[in-house]
Design a protein around this ligand. Structure first.
Ligand code: A2P
Length: 338
């Protein structure tokens, strides 16, 4: 069987670590894994298939003989190095925001729009974490009832901002409980024992960049250029697992039981929806898991055809690393990467 040389750019980060673990546990045939990071990590050893593997410093010559390059080191690194990797012969799957809205670049969630990979030009974008878990839940509903409008509010874990933010949440929590001064660096405010309705920068209309990513990326992935959609994104003091309250307006009235069944039968979704027994998706259950968890499925009686959903997923896995690896798997399976 053909095997592939794979590189992870940003291998020492929160998403890069998950990429390594996920590659170990899945079927993508990897002959060699190259771990790339900044000079800060030079000489560091990470485990790959129980063997210590040295992290190498990212450079223009890092991609010789690499077939698949998974990028998770931020937009600036992707802007500079993704074209270099592609021109060296690798297919790039990029987790940053750098290329997502480029019309030449497929933006892919394998359960939702795998056909977008056909005719790719060596650079594929992984959507924003909040977008991925939302479109996984929206697509089956759209296929059955046609989406008319989406309103979403998110509750996003700090690991979405990288390992430094996770460390900061822990340090702030300890300092707060010990009544000591808090170091505040990752966010404009303390995140421990708080939440912050501010992810990325605000535009002139008062929407954050994260909110507009959800709008534009969802339209691109679902191929619904005019879909009315509005988002409010909020950072919460959770380490792993993004949650979303999604209100959907559909083109005709929805049978809730049928919606539950359609969602439960859809690829990548597990329905947990028994609120009377206190059973619904929560970040604690979704962390470390692959599926998007959907619950609190109920009619929204303020609309003729409205539905409310609660969707939770591991933002580092399905929201980032797993989705990227799944894209690589589709490419290999479909013969889109020789
Ligand atoms: P390093 O650990 O050497 O700084 P996170 O999202 O958790 O903050 O991780 C970011 C990842 O991107 C890390 O692996 C980090 O490596 C990597 N990274 C950041 N800046 C660079 C750079 N200039 N060159 C290569 N990798 C980088």
């Amino acid at each position: 069987m053909r095997e592939y040389n794979v590189a992870i750019v940003g291998a020492t980060g929160a998403v890069g670590e998950q990429m390594r673990k996920i590659l170990e546990s899945r079927d993508l045939p990897v002959s060699h894994l190259k771990l790339l990071a900044s000079e800060r990590s030079e000489g560091k050893r990470l485990t790959w298939k129980r063997v210590g593997t040295e992290v190498e410093v990212l450079g223009a010559d890092s991609f010789q003989n690499i077939d698949i390059a998974l990028f998770s080191a931020g937009s600036e690194i992707s802007e500079e190095y993704a074209p270099i990797a592609r021109d060296s012969g690798a297919v790039v799957i990029d987790n940053s925001n750098a290329w997502r809205m480029d019309p030449e670049v497929p933006l892919v969630v394998p359960e939702v729009n795998p056909a977008a990979l056909m005719g790719h030009h060596g650079l594929i974008a992984n959507p924003n974490c909040s977008t991925i878990q939302m479109v996984v839940a929206l697509k089956p509903l759209h296929d059955r009832w046609n989406l008319k409008r989406v309103v979403v509010s998110t509750y996003q874990a700090v690991s979405g901002s990288g390992q430094k933010a996770v460390d900061e949440l822990m340090a702030q929590s300890e300092a707060y409980l010990a009544d000591k001064p808090l170091d505040i660096e990752s966010y404009p405010h303390q995140i421990a024992f708080n939440l912050i309705p501010h992810i990325d920068v605000f535009d002139d209309d008062g929407n954050s960049k994260e909110e507009m990513k959800m709008v534009h990326e969802t339209r691109k992935i679902l191929d619904l250029d005019d879909l009315p959609i509005t988002a409010t994104t909020v950072r919460v003091p959770i380490v792993v697992g993004h949650s979303e309250s999604i209100n959907v307006e559909l083109s005709e009235p929805v049978d809730v039981e049928e919606a539950r069944k359609i969602l439960a039968e859809s690829s990548g979704i597990t329905v947990i929806d028994n609120p009377r027994e206190a059973e619904y998706p929560m970040p604690l259950n979704a962390a470390g898991m692959d599926d998007c968890y959907v619950g609190r499925i109920r009619r929204d009686d303020s609309l003729a055809s409205g539905l409310n959903l609660w969707v939770v997923a591991d933002n580092l896995r399905k929201g980032a690393a797993l989705n990227a690896v799944q894209i690589a798997e589709v490419l290999v399976r479909a013969g889109l990467k020789e």
